[in-house]
Design a protein around this ligand. Structure first.
Ligand code: GLN
Length: 557
């Protein structure tokens, strides 16, 4: 294979690399693309119109019938090209999303007939909720979403808040600093049982006593307003920036009827389980407020997907919790998330899940997707009846149980492929996105662990690609992430020489300001006479070939 110099701006361009994308979306092959063609294709794989990754693109394309030529397409898709590319390459977490959506719709319809259980009434405000409300939301770790039923009706998270509060307690106090105050064994008792473990600590953070303890560990020195704001903002980040609500009436109603939770708190104080100086009244009020945070099924599915995605929100690429924090939380959700039904749920379904007395149920399929089922009628354990039944039927159709020997289990379907991309694939995807200027895709890849400083088999780094295309924002982002300022590719080219050659003065200035040595320019300019094809073409078309090369030689630090 002949080696091409990356230095010639006159050959293939980053725009050329978008041609296959355009063609793939141009269903009728007429050389133009309508807003409708674009959104229909995206919707088919679960990328909905309100997805923050494409809202900019869609609002600029305007009316459903607006036709885009290739030039207009190129001008519009920069920040979305990585996602579009994964759509056309069929490289999303749930490949057959349409089949999954149809199954979810079918299960919703079947379960509407299920009217067992009763709405929680020990918190008076909850007793007033319409028992017929029923929603299911799913969101994959690539942000493919499907919603059915009352998916935009708000509900209180109640005990589902125990997951987020536990994660916040871990982030602030560390594993041992947290578990000095709370255990990790299932209690085998109901969620508000007056019982502590033999050390006088709550059994785990997924029941009331443990969640009151988590609340006491979150910013205890701050004002009530700051503590609540911190928790609400965390939910918001997990839910792709959507604003969370708060049901003041539920909060007041619970606070006024909270003898059991007060009793739990006093018994923990008697055992000196709380951190020194804990104010019980303030802690309990904070705990009740967290339970009264409102989301809808769409948002809770996105939150569940953020947990499935190791703490990174799939729609924004933002890391909210560390991988370790999420792993700890999912472990406890698996063993303790369904109260005194946790053992049977772990046995038959095997997935981390957390229920709340509002009828909310959050289910996580690690590395694949998150699910929310919301239906207010509860069984005797306090779990949503339709939610538990949904899980049972879902696990009969898909091999989601972690101990399901799928090869021998005939008749069960594979839900998705696990997102365990190799270092080579993520390095090449980063280079591609850098050349296109798709900062969203770059943030997503970096948040999922891709090294922004890794080079392809020609020694080309994302910084080379971004600099050569004059993607100033990307160059600044990469420099802020601490990548090497002047890496050399196999032709001795540096980002600065690439930027200079293509006449991107602003990029040159940014690189110089970041300390790029001037001598590199001279060295790189000697590459001019080499063979004449652009790196932009090479990187775009070379990804598959490169991925096949042996790992050790393809990616350098
Ligand atoms: N706020 C509720 C309580 O403390 C939460 C319980 C639950 O959802 N299981 O009683």
């Amino acid at each position: 294979m002949s080696r091409k110099s990356p230095q010639d701006p006159g050959a293939g361009t980053a725009e050329d690399a978008l041609r296959p994308l355009f063609d793939a979306f141009d269903n009728d092959g007429n050389g133009t693309l309508s807003y409708g063609e674009l959104t229909d294709r995206m919707r088919l794989v679960g990328i909905l119109d309100d997805d923050p990754r494409i809202t900019g693109l869609l609002s600029s394309t305007g009316d459903r019938r607006t036709e885009l030529g290739f030039e207009e397409f190129v001008a519009l898709v920069r920040e979305t090209s990585g996602l579009l590319r994964r759509v056309v390459r069929d490289d999303l977490a749930v490949p057959d999303f349409a089949a999954l959506a149809a199954d979810v719709d079918g299960l919703h319809e079947e379960l509407c007939a299920e009217r067992g259980g009763a709405v929680a009434d020990y918190i008076p405000q909850l007793a007033e909720v319409d028992p017929e409300l029923f929603a299911i939301g799913v969101c994959s770790v690539d942000g493919q979403r499907h919603l059915v039923g009352d998916a935009h009706e708000p509900f209180c998270v109640q005990s589902v808040s125990k997951t987020v509060n536990y994660c916040l307690a871990l982030d602030e106090n560390g594993l041992w600093g947290t578990h000095e105050h709370v255990g990790w064994e299932p209690s085998g008792r109901s969620f508000n049982e007056l019982a502590l473990n033999p050390q006088g600590r709550p059994h785990n953070p997924m029941i009331n006593a443990g969640a009151i303890m988590s609340a006491s560990l979150i910013r205890p020195e701050s004002s009530a307003a700051d503590r609540f704001g911190h928790v609400a903002e965390t939910w918001q980040r997990l839910a792709a920036g959507r604003r969370v609500g708060f049901s003041n009436s539920t909060y007041l109603s619970e606070r006024d009827t909270a003898d059991r939770n007060f009793a739990l708190a006093y018994s923990m104080r008697e055992q000196e389980a709380f951190p020194e100086g804990t104010d019980l009244q303030r802690t309990l009020e904070f705990y009740f407020q967290c339970c009264s945070i409102e989301l809808d099924a769409d948002m809770l599915a996105i939150v569940a997907a953020s947990f499935a995605n190791g703490g990174v929100c799939p729609l924004t690429g933002e890391r909210v919790f560390s991988v370790d924090t999420v792993q700890h939380c999912l472990s406890l959700m698996t063993s303790c998330g369904m109260y005194d039904y946790s053992g049977e749920f772990a046995f038959s379904i095997g997935l981390p899940a957390k229920s709340g007395v509002s009828g909310a149920l959050m289910i996580v399929i690690p590395q694949v997707m998150g699910i929310c089922v919301w239906s207010p009628r509860l069984d005797e354990h306090g779990n949503c009846v339709r939610g538990v039944e949904f899980c049972r039927r879902f696990a009969q159709r898909y091999n989601v149980h972690p101990h399901d020997g799928s090869e021998v289990q005939s008749g069960k379907r594979d839900l998705g492929r696990r997102k365990d991309h190799t270092l080579v694939e993520s390095a090449l995807a980063l280079c591609w996105a850098a050349g296109q200027g798709d900062l969203n895709e770059i943030r997503r890849l970096v948040a999922s662990g891709a090294d922004p400083d890794a080079a392809d088999y020609d020694g080309r780094t994302p910084l080379h690609l971004a600099a050569g295309e004059g993607r100033v924002d990307v160059v600044k982002y990469l420099l802020n992430r601490g990548v090497r300022v002047a890496p050399r590719d196999r032709w001795e080219g540096t980002p600065l020489s690439d930027a200079q050659r293509s006449g991107h003065q602003e990029t040159v200035d940014v690189l110089r300001a970041a300390g790029h040595p001037a001598e590199a320019v001279t060295t790189a300019s000697s590459a001019r006479g080499r063979s004449r094809a652009s790196s932009r073409t090479r990187v775009a078309t070379g990804t598959r070939k490169a991925a096949k090369r042996p790992t050790g030689t393809a990616v350098a630090g």
